[in-house]
Design a protein around this ligand. Structure first.
Ligand code: SAH
Length: 204
């Protein structure tokens, strides 16, 4: 999977590739989906939500330009797969899931897998996790139509935030934000498809 779907499509970051090789994606989906776990497409994880396509997980991880030792915030824990990939690279991952059922499921899964550097909470990730801010990097894996100001505020100066931004339900622009002088410097990386970010962000 890593060689065919990720390296051949241009992901080069050694730490991202190593983490993608290490984390077993089948452990993050129901057993009935195991035969499909290493195909390059999203899979259902319950509640109408999906675990992202491996290529997109790799692309977003690479975009954060991690070197190890960072503290990263993830919004949209879902299956916990992206959090696990990040946890292989950085010092600490803080991840927020809004749906209580998914939160309970993922908490058990990450405990079973023994990830001690992933901190999980249930709540609206639009608001970030101010108690642990600032973060070196932030990854948002559900789509809002604007950059959540609380997340920009909780990002370190010079830090990176990767986020699928868009106003349509099915396609968004994968957007890399770098915080420069307190402001967002924005670069678009291409089209992606994520579920919507629900909660406070939808009301704005
Ligand atoms: N990163 C996940 C995939 C996420 S799917 C993985 O690797 O499996 C998007 C997730 O974002 C869903 O689980 C959804 O419930 C969650 N979500 C949507 N809006 C949210 C919000 N405001 N705060 C936190 N999580 C949210």
């Amino acid at each position: 999977m890593v060689e065919q779907d990720i390296e051949k499509r241009g992901v080069k970051d050694a730490l991202a590739l190593k983490a993608m090789r290490k984390v077993q994606r089948h452990l993050f989906v129901e057993q009935s989906l195991w035969p499909k776990a290493y195909n390059d497409h999203p899979l259902p994880i319950g509640e109408g939500q999906t675990i992202s396509q491996p290529y997109v997980v790799a692309l977003m991880t690479e975009a954060l330009a991690l070197r190890g030792g960072e503290r990263v915030l993830e919004v949209g824990t879902g299956s916990g797969y992206q959090a696990a990939v990040l946890a292989e690279i950085v010092k600490e991952v803080f991840t927020i899931e809004v749906r209580p059922e998914l939160y309970t499921k993922v908490r058990e899964r990450l405990q079973k897998l023994g990830y001690k550097n992933i901190h999980l909470k249930q709540g609206d990730g639009y608001l970030g996790w101010p108690e642990y801010a600032p973060f070196d990097a932030i990854i948002v894996t559900a789509s809002p139509n604007h950059i959540p100001p609380p997340l920009l505020a909780q990002l370190k100066e010079g830090g990176r935030l990767i986020i699928p931004l868009g106003s349509t339900t099915f396609y968004q622009n994968l957007t890399l934000v770098t915080k420069k002088g307190g402001k967002a410097e924005v670069k678009e990386l291409g089209a992606v498809a994520f579920v919507p970010l629900v909660g406070e962000g939808q009301k704005k």
